[in-house]
Design a protein around this ligand. Sequence first.
Ligand SMILES: *Cc1c(COP(=O)(O)O)cnc(C)c1O
Length: 463
Amino acid sequence: MQKTLSDLPQIQTLLGLPTIADVIARFSHAETADALREIIAGLRADLRAGRAPLFPDFQSMEFAEALSARIEVARAPSLTPVINATGILIHTNLGRARMAPQAIAAMQATGAAASNLEFDLATGKRGSRHSHVEHLICTLTGAEAAVVVNNCAAAVLLGLMGTANGRSVVASRGELIEIGGSFRLPDVIAQSGATLREVGTTNKTRVDDYARAIDADTAVLLKSHTSNFKIVGFTAAPDRRDLARLAAQHDVILMEDLGSGVLIDLSPYGLPDEPVVADILKSGVDLVMFSGDKLLGGPQAGIIAGRADIVADLKAHPLMRALRVDKSSLAALEATLRLYLPPFDPVQTIPVLQMLSAPLAQVESRAITLTDALTAKGVSGVALHESAAYVGGGSLPDQALPSFAVSLRMPDVSAQKLTAALRAQKTPVIGRIERDQVMLDMRTVWDAELPAIVAAVEQINRR
Ligand SMILES: *Cc1c(COP(=O)(O)O)cnc(C)c1O
């Protein structure tokens, strides 16, 4: 007989069934009730839409098992590792920088035990969490002092709040950036309590433009890295040394939001335009901010480095505690920064820099290995292509890195369907679509990840 809305059982009644009591005992009352509500809602929607749904036998073992399976699926971890085959080295949506084993070990160790996070082992008195990485940052950048907060956005906010609250910040119209996630520099300046004085034009700003805007209210000249776009052609931006001289003359602070912030020269690896933090500080910038998980290759963190008097003020700021870095990130950051010091070679040990610096032949051989492995498993429609990888993470939008990709094409399966199937695997594989085929870029993939890719593609191919 055709079922109607009045045939739908009450959730309370279902929860009282002996078979369902077993499900509650295995999981929880809340999860079981949620799953039942979803099932009943589905049936109700079908009835309302005039689709005659098949009612399960609510008292059966089969129904209890299906319910358990549903709760099991809902319990699956949400945040999970994936394989980044996009060719974007620092992919914001895929968790940005992957970390070095040393950084992961440090997080694990400080997570599993008590630590001297804010305890001075020499005196037995209260210590400062800022102490653990400050000397390393200073060694690596030449800064007088440094402090670390939650991320670079927090670093910029704190830097401005601590120096320009109630006063004005002078910035070039060509550098009023928006990066993802609602970080818009003019809005951040406003939230810091400062007033923005825009100077120059979109494409050209000169030292004189800054000079004319300085008055008794001015606290900061702010430069920022135009991380995710590039203005080309008829352009001008002042030399940092000239701006530093101007700032010193007027006793205002020259601050720079570097975004990525690199600690070593990356020009040998095809990134000639990314200034090194130490050089920026040497040119007279008073305070710089940069991310821990972009080209630095560590955990999410925001590093503030520069003049000791300014850093001391920021450490004492009332909102420091709201923005401070947590112990796991601090542990990972310390371990990552150590990899920049001898005997280590950061380019050999920090994953982001390894991907960046990998010789093209190595990327090609990875692509050949994958192509051969897939072909050996009977997967057809696999081909090798020259490709372009990018740094990503809002860094260096026009710097293509030579790479190799493996393309996949399956009969009667659209590229969209194929990427969806790759995402649905136990270890999701994230590729990109180009000219109607799925591309798996090998510059961002590790050799150790190839077997999981082969298993994923083979599984899809078998269906
Ligand atoms: C990425 C970026 C930020 C924000 O850094 P997060 O670490 O993501 O908070 C700020 N400014 C610039 C110029 C950036 O590129």
